[in-house]
Ligand binder design. Structure first.
Ligand code: ADP
Ligand code: PEP
Length: 621
C-alpha cells in the first residue's frame, strides 16, 4: 500500500472504510499522515467537499482536532443546510429499522450526516454519472448538536418526511437508467393494478418484476382491474421495478448490504434489488400510501378491519404477529381487509385486494377460513412440502418461522366486496405482551388510545424480522413506524379527530402472554381472545363492570363471557406476585422512556387539553 496516496482524503476515506468493512486488524498505520491532512481540511477555507471527506476520515481515525474547529464547521453546515430545498426534487428516502445501525453517536458523525446531505446536493451531477446509488448513514438525533437550529428539521421540512426513525438514509440518483440489470434479463412481468377500494382515492400502480412469482404475488395482493379498467389503465401513479435476487451495486460507497429497497417519491418509483422477499413490494407501497393519503386528509392505518352484520366496523391495529389477520378473519363477520386501510370522510377502505396470512402451525380447526383460502392461485411462501404428494407441512420451520399465504380477498367466503365500510365503532389496539403483565383486554379513553397508538408497544415475535428467536419488547409508533412517513403525532391527531367525531371506542387487547413472562407464562389462548373480541363487537363489553389497574391505569373488565375471570386481572394469573410487580414496573419504565421522544409535540389543533391528557395517560409510578 502506497502511503502517499493517503494524502488524498477521499482515497483515505475509501481505504479506511474498506479496512473497516473487512475488519482488517493488520492495516497500515496511516493516522499520522492522514490526520495532518484532515486537520488542514477541517480549516475554514476548505471546500465543502474537502470538509466532508475530512469529517468522514476523522470519524474513523479520531484525529486530534480542536473542539472549536467543530463549532465553526457547524455554523458553515447550518448555513448550507438552510438551503437544502433542492434535495426534495432529486432525492428519496429509504427507511430501515434501527437494528441495521452500527454507528456510534458522536459529534463528528452528526456533522458528517449534515455534510453528506450538502455534498450530495452540490455534487449531484458528478455522482449521477458514477453510480446508481449512494448510501449514507444518519444518526437520528442530529437534533442535539447544532444548537439554536435543528438541521434534521430543515431537511425534513424540505423533504416533508419524518426523519426521526431513520437510521439509514438512501439518496437515489437515477436508479434505473444507471443500473445495468435491465440489460441482463430476457423478460419481465408487468402488472397494472390498483390500491385503495375507495374509488375517489384509488392509486394506479405498475409492477415490473423479473420473476413470475412476484407478479403472481402482487396480482393477489393488489386490487385486480376489470378487463375494461385494464384497457383504459393509462399512466400509472407509481411504478415498482423489482429485480429479484439481482444485487445492488456492491462497489457503491458505504453499501453494507446487497439488498436495497429504494423509494423515490418525486419520481414515483421504487427499485428493489437483491431480495426476493415479495413482501417488500406490498409494504413499500404501503409506505407510499402513508405519504400520499394524509396529504388528502385521509388516515392510512396499519390495521385489519371487519364489519358485523349490522354494519359495525372494527379496526385491529397491531404490529406483525399480533393478530390482525387472525382476528379480522372472523366467520361471523365480513372481512374488509387484514392489514392496510384508509379512513376517510367516506368511512374505511382496504388498500389491498388480498391477504397475507401467516401459516406457521396453521390448522383447519383453529383457522378454517385461512385454511380454505389456500387453494389454486394462492402463493405459499417458504413452506416445506412433500415433492411427490405436494402436501404442505405447516409445522415445519426449517426455512423460516415466517411462512405465508398470499391469496385474493375473495378466497375468504365472507369478504366484503367492494372492501369498504362505514366509520369504525371500535378501534382495537393489539399488543402481544411478552412480559405477561398487560390485561387481556382494557377499555381506553381517547387520551389512552392515543398514548398507546403513539407508543405502539408489542413484542417482536419470531417471524417477520430476521434474527428474532424469542419475543423482544419493542415500540413502533402508530403500530408501524417502519411504514409511516410523517411524524407519528400527525397520524395520531387524525385518528383522535376521527374517533371523536364518529364516537369510536378504543380498546387495548393483549394477545401475548399471561401468568408469567415469555418462558414462564403461556400465550393467551386464541379462543379466549376471540371471546373478548366477540364481546367488543356485540357491545356487551361496553356495559361490563370495570376496575382500574395499577401503574398503567387501565380499565379492565371483571368478567367476559367465555373467558376465565381470573386471567382478566393479570396479577391473579401469576403465582409469583413479587415477580409480577417487578415486571410491571420494568415494562412501565420502558413505556416512559420510549415516550420521552414525543413529549414536546402538540397533538391536534392545540387549545384543547388533549396533549396534556395524552402525556398523563402513560404509566404512573
Ligand atoms: N391470543 C392470540 N390472539 C391472536 N393470535 C394468536 C393468539 N395466540 C396465538 N396466536 C397466533 O399468532 C399469530 C398472529 O398472526 P397474524 O394474525 O398473522 O398477525 P398479524 O396479521 O398482526 O401480523 C397467528 O399465527 C395466531 O394463530
Ligand atoms: C407483512 C407484514 O405484515 P404482517 O406481519 O402484519 O402481516 C410485515 O410486517 O412484514
Amino acid at each position: 500500500m502506497n502511503l502517499q496516496v493517503f494524502f488524498s482524503t477521499p482515497f483515505a476515506c475509501d481505504a479506511l472504510r474498506v479496512f473497516e468493512i473487512l475488519a482488517l486488524e493488520n492495516k497500515p498505520d496511516v493516522s499520522i499522515t492522514t490526520c495532518r491532512k484532515v486537520v488542514e481540511n477541517l480549516g475554514s477555507s476548505s471546500s465543502l467537499k474537502d470538509l466532508f471527506y475530512a469529517l468522514k476520515v476523522n470519524g474513523i481515525l479520531k484525529c486530534k482536532v480542536d473542539k472549536g474547529v467543530f463549532q465553526d464547521i457547524a455554523s458553515r453546515l447550518k448555513a448550507a443546510v438552510n438551503d437544502a430545498k433542492a434535495i426534495s426534487q432529486k432525492t428519496s428516502l429509504l427507511l430501515l429499522p434501527s437494528k441495521y445501525l452500527k454507528l456510534s453517536v458522536s459529534l463528528t458523525i452528526n456533522i458528517i450526516a449534515v455534510a453528506t446531505v450538502i455534498v450530495m446536493t452540490l455534487s449531484m451531477q458528478r455522482l449521477c454519472s458514477q453510480a446508481g446509488f449512494i448510501v449514507f448513514q444518519v444518526k437520528a438525533d442530529l437534533h442535539h448538536y447544532l444548537s439554536g437550529g435543528n438541521p434534521v428539521d430543515h431537511v425534513t421540512a424540505a423533504v416533508g418526511i419524518w426523519l426521526a426513525n431513520l437510521k439509514l438514509l438512501l439518496l437515489t440518483i437515477k436508479p434505473v437508467e444507471n443500473h445495468c440489470h435491465p440489460n441482463l434479463i430476457l423478460q419481465v412481468f408487468v402488472n397494472d393494478q390498483f390500491l385503495n377500494w375507495d374509488p375517489e382515492n384509488r392509486i394506479k400502480v405498475r409492477i415490473v418484476s423479473a420473476r413470475a412469482y412476484h407478479s403472481l404475488f402482487m396480482h393477489n395482493m393488489c386490487i385486480r382491474p376489470s378487463p375494461e379498467e385494464l384497457e383504459n389503465f393509462g399512466t400509472p401513479d407509481f411504478t415498482i421495478y423489482n429485480a429479484g435476487k439481482f444485487p445492488c451495486n456492491c462497489f457503491t460507497h458505504y453499501m453494507t448490504s446487497s439488498t436495497s429497497i429504494d423509494l423515490n417519491l418525486a419520481r414515483r418509483e421504487m427499485v428493489i434489488l437483491g431480495t426476493q422477499y415479495a413482501r417488500e413490494m406490498k409494504k413499500g407501497l404501503f409506505s407510499v400510501m402513508h405519504y400520499l393519503m394524509p396529504k388528502r386528509q385521509i388516515l392510512s392505518l396499519h390495521s385489519g378491519c371487519n364489519m358485523g352484520k349490522d354494519g359495525d366496523v372494527a379496526l385491529f391495529f397491531g404490529l406483525s404477529g399480533t393478530g390482525k389477520t387472525t382476528l379480522s378473519t372472523d366467520h361471523n363477520r365480513y372481512l374488509i381487509g387484514d392489514d392496510e386501510h384508509c379512513w376517510s370522510e367516506n368511512g374505511v377502505s382496504n388498500i389491498e385486494g388480498g391477504c397475507y396470512a401467516k401459516c406457521i402451525d396453521l390448522s383447519r380447526e383453529k383457522e378454517p377460513d385461512i385454511w380454505n383460502a389456500i387453494r389454486f392461485g394462492t402463493v405459499l411462501e417458504n413452506v416445506v412440502f412433500d415433492e411427490h404428494t405436494r402436501e404442505v407441512d405447516y409445522s415445519d420451520k426449517s426455512v423460516t418461522e415466517n411462512t405465508r399465504a398470499a391469496y385474493p380477498i375473495e378466497y375468504i367466503p365472507n369478504a366484503k366486496l367492494p372492501c369498504v365500510g362505514p366509520h369504525p365503532k371500535n378501534v382495537i389496539l393489539l399488543a402481544c405482551d411478552a412480559f405477561g403483565v398487560l390485561p387481556p383486554v382494557s377499555k381506553l379513553n381517547l387520551a389512552q388510545t392515543m398514548y398507546h397508538f403513539i407508543s405502539g408497544y408489542t413484542a417482536l415475535v419470531a417471524g417477520t424480522e430476521d434474527g428474532i428467536k424469542e419475543p423482544q419488547a419493542t415500540f413502533s409508533a402508530c403500530f408501524g413506524a417502519a411504514f409511516i412517513m410523517l411524524h407519528p403525532t400527525k397520524y395520531a391527531a387524525m385518528l383522535a379527530e376521527k374517533m371523536e367525531s364518529h364516537g369510536a371506542t378504543g380498546w387495548l387487547v393483549n394477545t401475548g402472554w399471561s401468568g408469567g413472562n415469555y418462558g414462564t407464562g403461556n400465550r393467551i389462548k386464541l379462543s379466549y381472545t376471540r371471546k373478548i373480541i366477540d364481546a367488543i363487537h356485540n357491545g356487551s363489553l361496553l356495559k361490563a363492570e370495570y376496575k382500574k389497574s395499577n401503574i398503567f391505569g387501565l380499565e379492565t373488565p371483571t368478567a367476559v363471557e367465555g373467558v376465565p375471570s381470573e386471567i382478566l386481572d393479570p396479577v391473579n394469573a401469576w403465582t409469583d406476585k413479587d415477580a409480577y410487580n417487578e415486571t410491571l414496573l420494568k415494562l412501565a419504565g420502558l413505556f416512559r422512556k420510549n415516550f420521552e421522544t414525543f413529549t414536546n409535540y402538540t397533538i391536534g389543533k392545540g387549545g384543547d387539553n388533549l396533549t396534556e391528557e395524552i402525556l398523563a395517560a402513560g404509566p404512573i409510578f
